[in-house]
Design a protein. Structure first.
Length: 303
C-alpha cells in the first residue's frame, strides 16, 4: 500500500510539472527560451515520457491492448523488439491451428494464419517483412516515401499501400491481391538482382516458383483465396491431396491420403477450418472412398 501511495504521489507531481513546464514553454510568443526555460522544457519531455509509459501500462492492465498482453503471457507466442534510432524490429510467431492480428507502428495490419513466422524490420528508408513460413494478409498503410517490401524464399512483393495475401509454400510463393496493386519479382539464389517483374492488381494472383516468374498474373476469386480470414477452407476443383494439406494446417490429427490416385481426385466445397468431422463425412460420401479414424491420424484410401 505504501509503495502504491508513493507511486501515485510521484505521478501527481509529474503531472503538475508537465502543466507548469507547458505553460512556461508556450506562454511567450516567438521567444528563444532562456536557461530556465530550457530546463523546464527538459522537465516537460521527461514528464511526458514517464506519464506516457504509465498510461500505456495502465491500458495494458485494463485490457485495451489484449492481443499483445495475451501473446506476452503465452510462451508459444514469441514477440521480440529491438529498437534504436533507425530501426524498429519485431519477430512474430503463430502456433499451429491459431491465427493472429498484429498492428505495426505505422498502422499497417498483419493477419497471420496458422503456423506462420514473420520478421518485421522498419527503417527510415523502407519497411521490410520476411516471411519465414506460413501465410499473411497485409493491410498496408500508405507511405510513398517508404516502400513496403515482403520477401519469401522465392519472391519479393513491393507495395506502398494496399491489401494482399502472401503464402509461402515449399518451393514457391503464392501472391493474391485484394485491393490496389503490387509488383512481384522472383528471387534467384546467388543472383545480384531479382528476376522478372510482374504487376498484380486486385482480383489477381501469381505463383512464383524458385527462379521462375510467370509472364502475367491469373484472375482469381480473392474472397475464396482468403477464406482463411473467416476460418474457412474453400476449394473449387482442387486435388484432394491439396485440400487435405490445408486441413492439416489446423487439425490436431493429420489426414493422410494413402492411395495416390485419390490424391489427384478434384473436389469442391467450403468448410470451417476447425470442423474436420464435416470434412470426414464429405469424404465418406464419395464413391469408392473409405475413411478410418485412429487415435493419431485419419486414413483415407480406396475401398
Amino acid at each position: 500500500m505504501d509503495d502504491e501511495l508513493a507511486r501515485r504521489n510521484h505521478l501527481a507531481q509529474l503531472e503538475q510539472q508537465l502543466l507548469d513546464a507547458d505553460e512556461h514553454a508556450h506562454g511567450a510568443e516567438h521567444v528563444e527560451p532562456d536557461e530556465q526555460g530550457r530546463d523546464l522544457l527538459e522537465v516537460l519531455h521527461v514528464a511526458e515520457d514517464t506519464l506516457g509509459r504509465h498510461h500505456r501500462d495502465r491500458d495494458r492492465r485494463d485490457g485495451e491492448d489484449a492481443v499483445r498482453r495475451t501473446r506476452a503471457y503465452q510462451p508459444d507466442h514469441e514477440h521480440e523488439r529491438e529498437r534504436d534510432e533507425h530501426v524498429d524490429r519485431c519477430a512474430v510467431l503463430q502456433r499451429h491451428g491459431e491465427q493472429l492480428t498484429e498492428r505495426l507502428a505505422d498502422a499497417s495490419v498483419l493477419h497471420l494464419n496458422t503456423d506462420t513466422a514473420v520478421d518485421v524490420r522498419y527503417e527510415r528508408a523502407g519497411r521490410h517483412i520476411e516471411i519465414e513460413r506460413g501465410q499473411v494478409v497485409f493491410e498496408v498503410a500508405h507511405d510513398a516515401t517508404r516502400p513496403f517490401r515482403v520477401r519469401t524464399g522465392t519472391a519479393e512483393v513491393v507495395d506502398v499501400g494496399t491489401k494482399f495475401d502472401v503464402y509461402r509454400q515449399p518451393g514457391s510463393t503464392l501472391v493474391t491481391v485484394l485491393e490496389g496493386r503490387v509488383t512481384v519479382a522472383a528471387i534467384t539464389p546467388g543472383a545480384n538482382a531479382n528476376q522478372g517483374l510482374v504487376l498484380v492488381g486486385a482480383g489477381e494472383q501469381v505463383r512464383v516458383a524458385e527462379g521462375a516468374m510467370p509472364s502475367s498474373p491469373a484472375k482469381v476469386d480473392a474472397q475464396r483465396a482468403t477464406a482463411w480470414l473467416r476460418r474457412q477452407i474453400a476449394f473449387e476443383h482442387e486435388p484432394l491431396a491439396l485440400v487435405a494439406a490445408e486441413f492439416n494446417r489446423y487439425a490436431s490429427k493429420p489426414i493422410e491420403i494413402e492411395t495416390p490416385a485419390l490424391g489427384a481426385l478434384t473436389v469442391s466445397g467450403v468448410f470451417a477450418a476447425d470442423d474436420t468431422e464435416s470434412f470426414i463425412a464429405f469424404l465418406r460420401s464419395l464413391d469408392g472412398v473409405r475413411v478410418e479414424v485412429t487415435a493419431t491420424r485419419i486414413r483415407v484410401f480406396k475401398t
